[in-house]
Design a protein around this ligand. Structure first.
Ligand code: SER
Length: 273
C-alpha cells in the first residue's frame, strides 16, 4: 500500500465513524505565541479543548504537517541516529471535543490497525500512564491484550502536553515489535526503550487538564481526545522497509539525489554509532 492509499484509508475510516475532515493547518501556528512551529495535530484545535471555541462538529480527523526541531518536542538530536525520527513529518490524528473518550479512542485505533490495515495483533503492544487503570482495563478486557503486552510508564512517556502551558493529559501509546534485529539486544528492551525495536506508531492523548504557567493542572471543563500517528512510521511498517527514509515518501527524493550526486544511498547507521 502506498502513502496515498494509507492516507485515504485513514480518512475513510474516521469519516465512516462520523469525524469531520479538517485540512492540515499552516506550519506557522496562527495566533499562538507559545509555539514557533506547529508540533502536533491538536495545535489548531487548542481552543476547542479549552472550551474557548465551539464548532459545528465534535469529532475531527486530519493529517497535520508538523515540525519538531526545537521547543518542547524536539526530535532534531535523534535524526540520523535512529530509523524513525524526522524533523518534518505528517501526523495522522482523530480528535474528540467533549465527545467520546478513552474507550472509543482505544477501540478506534485498534480496529483501524488490525482490521483496516491488517497489522499482526500479536506484534502490537500498548503503554498507559502508570496511574491510568481505566485505560489499562480497556486494553486488557475490551481489546483482549494480555498483561504482558501492556506497560505502565511514567510522565516522560505517557503524559502529553503541547508546550509548557495548555491542554494536556495522560496518554496511551501503541507500539509494534519490529523484532530483535532492530533492537538494542538488552534483556530489558521493551516498549519505551530508545532503540528501534518497539516502534511507537500511535499516541492517544486523553485531554483532561490545562497546564498553568505555575505548573498547576487545572481540570478542563470537558474531556477530549487527541491522537497522533506518524504517517512515515506507519508507511515503513506497511511497506516493510527498514526505516522511514526508505518509504515511498522519501525514496523518489533520495533516488534523485543519488542520480545528481552519483553517490549511492547507504542505509546503514553503523558509521554514526
Ligand atoms: N498530541 C499528541 C502527540 O503529538 C497526540 O497527537 O503525540
Amino acid at each position: 500500500m502506498n502513502s496515498f492509499e494509507i492516507r485515504k484509508k485513514f480518512f475513510d475510516f474516521f469519516e465512516q465513524n462520523n469525524h469531520t475532515y479538517v485540512k492540515s493547518s499552516s506550519l506557522i501556528p496562527a495566533q499562538d505565541p507559545t509555539l514557533l512551529f506547529t508540533n502536533a495535530g491538536m495545535n489548531q484545535f487548542k481552543d476547542l479543548f479549552l472550551s474557548k471555541e465551539k464548532r459545528s462538529y465534535t469529532r475531527a480527523v486530519s493529517i497535520q504537517k508538523c515540525i519538531r526541531a526545537g521547543g518542547k518536542h524536539n526530535d532534531l538530536e535523534n535524526v540520523g541516529f535512529t530509523k524513525r525520527h524526522l524533523t518534518f513529518f505528517e501526523m495522522m490524528g482523530n480528535f474528540s471535543f467533549s465527545d467520546y473518550f478513552k474507550n472509543e479512542a482505544i477501540n478506534y485505533a485498534w480496529d483501524f490497525l488490525t482490521k483496516w490495515l491488517n497489522l499482526p495483533k500479536e506484534k502490537l503492544y500498548a503503554s498507559v500512564y502508570h496511574k491510568d487503570d481505566e485505560s489499562y482495563e480497556i486494553w486488557n478486557k475490551s481489546i483482549g491484550l494480555p498483561d504482558n503486552r501492556i506497560y505502565r510508564l511514567g510522565e516522560a512517556d505517557n503524559f502529553w502536553q503541547m508546550g509548557d502551558t495548555g491542554p494536556c493529559g495522560p496518554c496511551s501509546e501503541i507500539y509494534i515489535d519490529r523484532g530483535n534485529n532492530f533492537g538494542c539486544q538488552e534483556s530489558k528492551c521493551a516498549p519505551g526503550c530508545n532503540c528501534d525495536r518497539f516502534l511507537e506508531i500511535w499516541n492517544l492523548v486523553f485531554m483532561q487538564y490545562d497546564r498553568q504557567v505555575d505548573g498547576e493542572l487545572k481540570p478542563l471543563k470537558s474531556t477530549g481526545v487527541d491522537t497522533g500517528m506518524g504517517l512515515e512510521r506507519l508507511c515503513s511498517i506497511i511497506q516493510n522497509k527498514d526505516s522511514v527514509y526508505e518509504t515511498d515518501l522519501f525514496m523518489p527524493i533520495i533516488n534523485k539525489i543519488e542520480e545528481l550526486t552519483r553517490i549511492e544511498y547507504n542505509n546503514s547507521l553503523d558509521n554514526i554509532k
